[in-house]
Design a protein around this ligand. Structure first.
Ligand code: BES
Ligand code: MN
Ligand code: ZN
Length: 501
């Protein structure tokens, strides 16, 4: 991650290798209209007597969000070049446009050691702290490369970013730099863990990594191995994990700051690879199934960020880790598992394994009597069919919680859309024929079915929200501040929710 500092000198005096300036698209459709310089760009052009608008005229640069153009300064400024970044039309610039502008700058500056900018002031009516956070996050997220498995990774050279600001804004900006490094760092941790190939993150190894990630923080850790899971009656986690040559794990992380007024439990699905088990997936459907631990990676990253930010909220994070493999020891189709707490489940489809590991973890979470439970899971292909890879699903038992979380996801550029729990309509579909419940009920409303199933394991009266991130955890195309592969969503949303509440 690049390092950030605050400079209170004019941007025009910077000697950074590249000065990044924002430009708005013309409000009219007339392509001939000149673009409008954002405040930082205008100040720079004026100070240097550099007619940037003239430089842009005739280049075809349309200032659409994320578009970039390099403009040499030819001695007009100490810095050799400007990077002009499009922001779209002035009235419509959002926090997400600023995040994307940051990522575009990071990508364009891949071979450049240092950049300077004042683009955090480019949104007229945003909270300046929010705008700065979005820009800095975009720069961090856009700088991400996963190169751990390349023999010859091409170096990413952007080492430092100077944010130019007024004297009076400098202290606030320094704080925001620290906050954004933590929030973006958490998202990038989740990306890293999801991008790691499955042979290097099998349940015991991933549990060790989780413990190591929080070793220097006021977070206590407890790892339930297969013996402890058997002792505690975690039949869902054990049943899913029993086909693998590596045993499952449940990782419990607790951050309990003094004076906390609230206790939130976060539960993450951690299938380190989902073959489907005996209900084996077709090859193509398996190609991205190393992503199936994204929920567990999310809750780890969120609790780590919360501790780094010293948030006044008690948090328990549970990572339910298992590898879903077919083998002679695997759970069979129509086997019955006894979940933690005693509920029995007939396994109609071993590929509906996430709800089995989550059921145990939700019972565990409920026994801690938290004020809210949020689970995060790459749970259903149906969520991808319904909302694609740019919208996550929220299903909740509590309107207030659903709204607070949805708002945080929109704010963070990781928007989720609420689906109903629909107990009235579909509640009976989860009832089992020979056991209490069945784990699959066909293709229709598959995301809601999974939600209804999970809800049966949430303690009476505990506000609960379920995030189905099957679509948003992974990006086939990348683009904006996402890279191809793991997205790190919805880490920043949950941190934002915890900060706000
Ligand atoms: N891990 C998958 C869901 C998934 C699909 C995540 C696509 C990311 C992208 C989950 O375990 C699964 O296989 N769900 C089944 C459930 C079905 C058998 C009831 C599904 O959605 O097909
Ligand atoms: Mn599955
Ligand atoms: Zn799965």
């Amino acid at each position: 991650m690049p390092t950030f500092d605050v400079a209170t000198t004019p941007l025009a005096t910077s000697e950074a290798a590249l000065l990044v300036v924002g430009v708005y698209a013309p409000a009219s459709e007339e392509r001939t209209d000149p673009p409008e310089l954002a405040p930082g760009a205008a100040a720079l052009a004026e100070a240097a007597g550099f007619d940037l608008v003239a430089e842009l005229t005739g280049t075809g640069f349309d200032a659409s969000p994320g578009a970039t153009l390099r403009v040499p300064t030819r001695g007009a400024l100490p810095s050799p070049a400007l990077l002009v970044v499009g922001l779209g039309t002035r009235e419509k610039v959002t926090l997400d446009h600023l995040r994307r502008a940051g990522a575009a700058a990071a990508n364009a500056a891949e071979r450049v050691p240092s950049i300077a900018t004042a683009m955090q002031t480019a949104i007229d009516d945003a909270d300046p702290t929010d705008a700065a956070q979005a820009l800095i996050e975009g720069l961090h997220l856009g700088s991400y490369r996963f190169s751990a498995y390349r023999t010859d990774p091409s170096p990413f050279e952007l080492a430092s970013v100077s944010l130019h600001a007024e004297e009076g804004d400098a202290d606030g900006l320094r704080t925001t730099i620290e906050v954004a490094a933590i929030t973006a760092g958490a998202a990038l941790l989740a990306r890293d863990l999801v991008n790691i190939p499955p042979h290097d993150k099998r349940p015991p190894a991933l549990a060790d990594r989780a413990v190591a990630e929080v070793a220097d923080l006021p977070i206590t850790t407890r790892v339930f191995d297969e013996a402890a899971l058997a002792e505690g009656g975690y039949g869902g986690i054990l049943g899913v994990g029993q086909g693998s040559s590596e045993p499952p794990r449940l990782v419990e992380l607790t951050y309990a700051p003094e004076g906390a007024t609230r206790h939130v439990a976060l539960v993450g699905k951690g299938i380190t690879f989902d073959t489907g088990g005996i209900s084996l997936k077709p090859s193509q459907a398996m190609e991205t199934m190393k992503t199936d631990m994204a929920g567990a990676a999310t809750v780890l990253a969120v609790i780590k960020a919360a501790a780094q930010l010293e948030l006044p909220v008690k948090i328990t994070a549970l990572m339910a880790l298992a590898e879903n493999m077919p083998s002679g020891t695997a759970t069979r189709v129509s086997d019955v598992l006894t979940m933690k707490g005693g509920t029995t489940v007939e396994v109609i489809n071993t590929d509906a394994e996430g709800r089995l590991v989550l059921g145990d973890a939700l019972v565990h979470a409920s026994e801690l009597e938290p004020d809210a439970i949020v689970d995060v899971a790459t749970l259903t292909g149906a969520a991808v069919v319904a909302l694609g890879d740019k919208l996550g699903v929220v299903i909740a038992s509590d309107d207030e919680l659903a709204t607070a979380i949805t708002d945080a996801t929109v704010f963070s550029g990781e928007p989720h859309w609420r689906l109903p729990l629909a107990a009235e309509q579909y509640g009976e579909r989860i009832e089992g024929a020979i056991a209490d419940l069945k784990n699959s009920g066909g293709r229709e409303a598959g995301t809601i079915f999974a939600g209804l199933f999970l809800h049966r394991f949430v303690g009476e009266g505990i506000p609960w929200a379920h995030l189905d991130i099957a679509g948003i955890a992974w990006s086939n195309n990348g683009g904006g501040y996402l890279s191809k592969g793991a997205t790190g969503s919805p880490v920043r949303s949950l941190v934002s929710w915890l900060r706000a509440s």
